[in-house]
Design a binder for this molecule. Structure first.
Ligand code: NAD
Length: 472
C-alpha cells in the first residue's frame, strides 16, 4: 500500500495539522518504506470532536445495526488479507505465514465474533425491583502497540464499537500502515462518519493529548507497564476510566510426569514466535531438578530450528526485531544474563551470522537462571528463554508467582487434575494446560502489574459499558 498523508477523521481523510512525518522502516533491511503524518494535539482534538458528535447517533442504533456494520468490517478485513499480511511483514518483520495467521486471520475472526456476540447480547437485566441498563461509556481513546498491530487494534476498537461507543485510535509509530488499512476497511464497511477516527503520531505527543483530552471518557491502552502507569496517572486527573494491557514475564511450569519433550518444544516455540515480542510469552521455563539437564538439552535442540532471516522469504521462522532500539535492548539483556552468571547454552548478544543489516537477534537460551536474576524478573521482549530449576512444587509456585507481572502462563503434567490445581494457584490472567489452544473469545488480561481490565469475548465488550439502574 501507499500510505495516506492525512488523518481519518469524521469519515474522510483530512490533511494533518502539521507537515511533520514519522518514517516507517522495514526492520529486515533498515530501509525507509513510507511515512505517515506525525499528529499533534490539534489533530487529536479534531478527531475527538468528530467522535463526540457521532456518539449520540451511534449509541442510539439497534445492536442488530451495529452487528451488521461489524460483520461488514470483518468481510472488508478478510478481503484485504494478503495486503494486511504483507504490510505487517514489511513494517514489523513477522514471517509472512505468521503475519497471515495472527495479523490478518485472527483480527478478522475476532471482528466477526463481535457481530455474532451482539446477536444475543442482553443490554439490560432485571435485578429485583430494578432494571439495570448497560450503556456505552462514550468516546474511547484507543492506544495500541506494534507487536501484534492489527490484533491489538481490533481487540479494542471492535468491542468498543459493538458497545455503542465511538473511537479515536492512536496506533504505534512503528506500525501505522496496517492501522491505515484498518481505517480503509472501516470506511468500506459503511460506519457513520465520526464513529471511528484515526490519528497517527508519537506517543508522547498524540498519545498524551488523547489521554489528557476532556472529550475522552475511557482510555484503552496496550503497551509497556512504564507507559501504562503514566497513562493511569494522567487519566486520574479527569477521573477517566482506563483499561491497561501491559507487560508480562510468564512462567512455563513443567511438572514431574509431564511429556518433557513436548513441553520444552512448545515452550521454545512460544518464545520464538514473533521474535519473542509477545506480552504473554512463556519466557521463564521452570523444570524440576531431576529432569533439568535433559530439558536444557531439548531446548538447545529445539531452538536450533529457529534460524533468523528475511521474514518475506518462504521458510523463515524467525524475523528481526521491530527496530534498532528494541534489538539493542534485547542484546543488553543477554549481556546482563551472562554478567549475572546465567549459563548461555544457545545464542548470544552478537549479530547472527551473515545478518549485520536488519534488527536481528540470535535465538538465545540461558540455563542455571536463578529467580532473582534480571533476566528472570524483567520483560526482555526478544527471543530469549530462561530455564530455572525448582526443587519441589511449592518452590515452583513461589518462582512462578515471584514477579510483578501476571499475564499468562502454562502448566504441563500427565495428571490433568494436578495441572489444574497448580494453575489455580498461579497469580495470572490466563494459563494453558498441556498446550491448550488460544481461545479468542476467552477474557485476556493481566493480574498485578500486567494490567487492569479484560479484552476479547463478552468480557471485552463489558469493558466499554457502564450501568444505570432504574427502580420500579
Ligand atoms: P509503549 O508503551 O512504548 O507504546 C505503546 C503505545 O503507547 C504506542 O502507541 C505509543 O505511541 C503510545 N505511547 C507512548 N508513550 C505514551 C504517552 N506518554 N501517552 C500516551 N501514549 C503513549 O510500548 P511498545 O514498545 O509499543 O510495546 C511493547 C510493550 O507493550 C511491551 O512491554 C509489551 O509487553 C506490551 N504489550 C502488552 C500487551 C498486553 O496485552 N498485555 C500486548 C502487547 C504489548
Amino acid at each position: 500500500m501507499k500510505a495516506h498523508d492525512g488523518m481519518y477523521i469524521g469519515g474522510e481523510w483530512r490533511p494533518a495539522a502539521t507537515t511533520d512525518v514519522i518514517e516507517v522502516v522495514n526492520p529486515a533491511d533498515e530501509q525507509v518504506i513510507d511515512a505517515v503524518p506525525a499528529g499533534t494535539a490539534r489533530d487529536v482534538d479534531a478527531a475527538v470532536r468528530a467522535a463526540r458528535a457521532a456518539f449520540p447517533g451511534w449509541k442510539a442504533t439497534a445492536p442488530a445495526e451495529r452487528a451488521a456494520r461489524i460483520a461488514a468490517l470483518a468481510g472488508s478485513l478478510a478481503a484485504r488479507r494478503d495486503e494486511i499480511a504483507a504490510t505487517v511483514t514489511a513494517e514489523l518483520g513477522s514471517p509472512l505465514p505468521f503475519a497471515e495467521m495472527v495479523s490478518a486471520d485472527l483480527p478478522a475472526g475476532v471482528t466477526a465474533s463481535y457481530a455474532e456476540l451482539l446477536k444475543g447480547y442482553e443490554f439490560s437485566e432485571r435485578v429485583g425491583n430494578s432494571v439495570v441498563h448497560h450503556e456505552p461509556v462514550g468516546v474511547v481513546g484507543a492506544i495500541t502497540p506494534w507487536n501484534y498491530p492489527l490484533h491489538q487494534i481490533t481487540a479494542k476498537v471492535v468491542p468498543a464499537l459493538a458497545a455503542g461507543c465511538t473511537v479515536v485510535l492512536k496506533p504505534a509509530e512503528d506500525t501505522p500502515l496496517v492501522a491505515q488499512l484498518f481505517a480503509e476497511a472501516v470506511h468500506e464497511a459503511g460506519f457513520p462518519a465520526g464513529v471511528f477516527n484515526l490519528v497517527t503520531g508519537l506517543g508522547a505527543v498524540a498519545g498524551q493529548a488523547l489521554v489528557e483530552h476532556d472529550g475522552v471518557d475511557l482510555v484503552s491502552f496496550t503497551g509497556s507497564t512504564a507507559v501504562g502507569k503514566g497513562i493511569a496517572a494522567t487519566a486520574a486527573a479527569s477521573v477517566k476510566r482506563v483499561a491497561l494491557e501491559l507487560g508480562g514475564k510468564s512462567a512455563n511450569v513443567i511438572l514431574p510426569g509431564a511429556d518433557l519433550e513436548r513441553a520444552v518444544k512448545a515452550g521454545v516455540a512460544n518464545v520464538m514466535a514473533n521474535s519473542g515480542q509477545t506480552c504473554s510469552a512463556w519466557t521463564r521455563m521452570l523444570v524440576d531438578a531431576d529432569r533439568y539437564d535433559e530439558a536444557v538439552e531439548l531446548a538447545v535442540k529445539a531452538v536450533a530450528k529457529y534460524v533468523p532471516g528475511d521474514p518475506a522469504q518462504p521458510g523463515t521462522r524467525l524475523g528481526p526485531l521491530v527496530n534498532g532500539k528494541q534489538r539493542d535492548r534485547v542484546r543488553g539483556y543477554i549481556e546482563r544474563g551472562v554478567a549475572e552468571g546465567a549459563r548461555l547454552v544457545a545464542g548470544g548478544p552478537e549479530a547472527p551470522d551473515g545478518l549485520t543489516t536488519g534488527y536481528y537477534v540470535r535465538p538465545t537460551v540461558f540455563a542455571d537462571v536463578t529467580p532473582d536474576m534480571t533476566i528472570a524478573q524483567e520483560e526482555i521482549f526478544g527471543p530469549v528463554v530462561s530455564i530455572i530449576r525448582y526443587a519441589d512444587e511449592a518452590e515452583a509456585l513461589e518462582i512462578a508467582n515471584g514477579t510483578v507481572y501476571g499475564l499468562a502462563g502454562a502448566v504441563w503434567c500427565d495428571d490433568e487434575e494436578k495441572a489444574v490445581a497448580f494453575a489455580r494457584r498461579m497469580e495470572t490472567g490466563q494459563v494453558d494446560i498441556n498446550g491448550g489452544r488460544f481461545n479468542p473469545s476467552a477474557p485476556f488480561g493481566g493480574w498485578k502489574q500486567s494490567g487492569v481490565g479484560r479484552e476479547l469475548g463478552a468480557h471485552g465488550l463489558a469493558e466499554f459499558l457502564q450501568t444505570k439502574s432504574l427502580q420500579f
